[in-house]
Structure formats: C-alpha cells, structure tokens
Design a protein around this ligand. Structure first.
Ligand code: CDP
Length: 231
C-alpha cells in the first residue's frame, strides 16, 4: 500500500536532527523534502549582505519593503536559491545562525515565508521541517512530529557538522547559539515554537538513524495501516 498524498510536518528545537530525519523519511516514502528554516536563513543572508543588520539592530524600514522583490526559492529538489545564485552553504554559517531568530520573529518575514511554504504544500506528498509547520503553516497536516533532544547532544551534532565542513567552531559558542535561538523561537509573539497537540514526540538523544526509521514506520503502520511505504 502506498502512503497517501499527505503532508508530514516536523517541528522541534534547533539541531534536534529534524532535517536529517525529514530527508530520511522523504526518501523512504518517495516524498519531497522542504526545509522551511532555509527560507528564514535566506532572508537573513539577504539582510546581512544588504547592510540591513548592524550591530544586531535590524533596519525594519528598509528590510520590510525589500521583501516584495526578494526571490528566495528551492531548485533541484531542495536546494536554496536567491535569484539565480545557490546559497545553500552561505546560509549555514554561524553568522547567519546568529541573526536568523530575530529575523524570523518579524511578522512580515513570517508572512513572506508562510506564503511560499503553503504554495509548495498544495499538492501534498511533502515532508517539511521547521518550528511552526504543524501549528501555523499546515495545522491540518495529517502527520505531525515534534523532535526534542538533550542540549549537549544537539550542540555536539551541530559542532561535528561544522567541523566536517572544515570550519573551526568553539563548542561553547555553538551551544550558546542553540540556547539563544530556542529561547527567541519559543517566546516570540508570532507563531512561537510549540508542540502541536496532535504531534507525536520523538526524543532522539540516543537514537540511531535506523531506529528513527523503525519508529516512523511504526507510526505509519498504526496510523494508516501501511507496513511498507514503498510497496
Ligand atoms: O539550525 P536548525 O536547523 O535547527 O534551524 P533551521 O531549521 O535552519 O532554522 C533556523 C531558524 O529559523 C530557527 O532558529 C528559527 O528562528 C527560524 N525558523 C522559524 O522561525 N520557523 C520555521 N518554520 C523554521 C525556522
């Protein structure tokens, strides 16, 4: 039995492994994966490069009108582009991570991103990860997952990811950034990060990727009676 044309919403704290898990199940189910955080990171990169963020202050009077002409989109499946330029690696730097949560707290920025996300979701068969996918962007998503993991485990994952890319991060700095973003994301006024009531919670602090797949297949079987998503 094939998985129906549903939307799978994956939300949770920074570096809980949402994108790894989302990619894994999108492949397992033959769905398209979309990373909503990449759009917030794209807006942040744009704001930084345009000089709209100085010493942590965001120039809203210039940023908000500029959103009208800003073309951030996905190409080749899930790669992030600004106009014709692929910005996939530029949006993952610590500089962008340091400014993204204040940018994502701006209601007009959320509106800009939500509109794009809903367009992608029209046809279903997508796995989307973020902070408010199951609560605000697609409150009717047929399957919602909320991911949590221990703070140090999360920071170590992000640290290892950066080292693998040839960067030389400071562990404490990475941990601090995660905590700061968690705080801003959960306390902002517009669409704060919170668990949807009908979400399944996964704590993957000690889980392998294989265990995550098995966990997901268990949910699929319980919810839709499907034993093999690719059969
Ligand atoms: O670093 P990580 O992969 O955990 O974060 P991300 O998914 O790339 O998202 C970066 C930032 O964008 C988050 O810290 C949030 O501030 C914001 N975001 C959001 O507000 N709502 C979403 N649906 C996705 C991301």
């Amino acid at each position: 039995m094939k998985v129906p044309d549903i939307i799978i919403a994956i939300d949770g704290y920074s570096s809980t492994g949402k994108s790894t898990f989302a990619k894994l199940i999108s492949k397992d189910f033959g769905f398209l994966y979309l990373d909503s955080g990449a759009l917030y990171r794209g807006v942040t990169l744009f704001a930084l490069e345009s000089g709209f963020i100085k010493d942590g202050d965001i120039d809203l009077e210039r940023l908000i009108p500029a959103l009208d002409g800003l073309d951030i989109h996905f190409e080749d499946g899930s790669k992030t582009y600004m106009g014709q330029r692929c910005i996939e690696s530029e949006i993952r730097t610590l500089e962008v991570s340091g400014s993204v949560s204040p940018i994502a707290a701006i209601p007009q920025v959320r509106c800009y991103v939500d509109k794009k996300l809903r367009e992608f979701g029209e046809k279903g068969r997508i796995v989307m990860d973020g902070r408010d996918i199951g609560t605000t962007v697609f409150p009717n998503a047929q399957l919602k997952i909320f991911m949590v993991a221990d703070d140090n485990v999360r920071a170590q994952r992000r640290y290892d990811e950066m080292v693998a890319k040839g960067e030389t991060p400071d562990f404490e700095e990475v941990l601090k950034n995660l905590k700061e973003r968690d705080h801003i994301d959960s306390t902002r006024e517009t669409s704060p990060l919170r668990q949807a009531e009908d979400a399944f919670v996964m704590d993957n602090s000690d889980m392998t990727l294989h265990e995550e797949t098995v966990w997901m297949r268990g949910i699929l079987q319980g919810r839709f009676g499907i034993l093999d998503p690719r059969a």
